[in-house]
Design a protein around this ligand. Structure first.
Ligand code: MD3
Ligand code: FE
Length: 205
């Protein structure tokens, strides 16, 4: 079932089956390892993000992109796997219908949430691409807050994202404010063996 939360923002609950969630989680564990592995992002004004991140095919830092982990160990970024691009196109097709998706997905940002991690309301406005972003969630359930294109405040819609859910953000939702105000500890499905939450966001350049 596809649920359109706002124009262009489509939630696909239970999109990944248990085997796919396991496969994605195993891949995330490998991506987290050095070189160019998981890092804590330091903001220019001195703060630290509570969400830890790793990039595939690129390295995001506030507020730019690089081919090496410029604010980490300087190693070349890990490659973006072709299968992840296929997963993203399949999610876009499930969300919007209307035939095959041909978007050349080739970069991803992987977010790791420990118990107290949050992501503040923000827009993904650094990228030039207007192609849909595809997000896959594994592990603990979170509250995902989907705002509006005009500011961090209301109106917003809160949606629970569970392990295996996909979410596609295209069209007018691509530049909407969004964040993760809360993760519910201990809600990951048995068998994932995960404490916390991992979110993989797949993007075109
Ligand atoms: C809406 N990640 O990586 S996923 C991000 O759960 C990010 O880790 C959150 O916000 C997370 O930038 C939310 C849903 C998401 C991802 C990218 C978007 C929503 C989006 C880009 C544009 C609009
Ligand atoms: Fe975002």
């Amino acid at each position: 079932p596809a649920v359109e939360v706002a124009p262009g923002a489509v939630h696909l609950p239970g999109h990944l089956d248990a085997a796919a969630q396991r496969e994605l989680l195993d891949a995330c564990r490998a991506w987290a390892r050095p070189p160019a592995g998981l890092r804590t992002v330091r903001m220019p004004r001195g703060g630290e993000m509570s969400v830890r991140q790793v990039g595939l095919g690129w390295h995001w830092y506030p507020y730019g992109y690089a081919r090496t982990a410029v604010d980490g160990d300087e190693a070349p970024v890990k490659p973006f796997p072709a299968w992840l691009g296929r997963w993203a196109r399949r999610a876009v097709e499930a969300a919007y219908g209307g035939g095959p998706c041909t978007v050349p997905y080739e970069i991803a940002l992987v977010n790791f949430y420990g118990g107290k991690a949050r992501m503040g309301m923000h827009r993904d406005s650094d990228e030039r691409s207007r192609d849909p972003v595809v997000s896959f969630s594994v592990g603990d359930t979170c509250v995902f807050r989907f705002g509006n294109p005009d500011g961090r405040g209301r109106p917003w819609t809160d949606v629970e994202l569970r392990s295996g859910d996909a979410f596609v953000f295209g069209g007018p939702s691509r530049l909407a404010y969004h964040g993760v105000p809360r993760v519910h500890p201990g809600t990951a499905p048995l068998g994932t063996g995960l404490r916390g939450r991992v979110n993989v966001t797949v993007r075109a350049r």
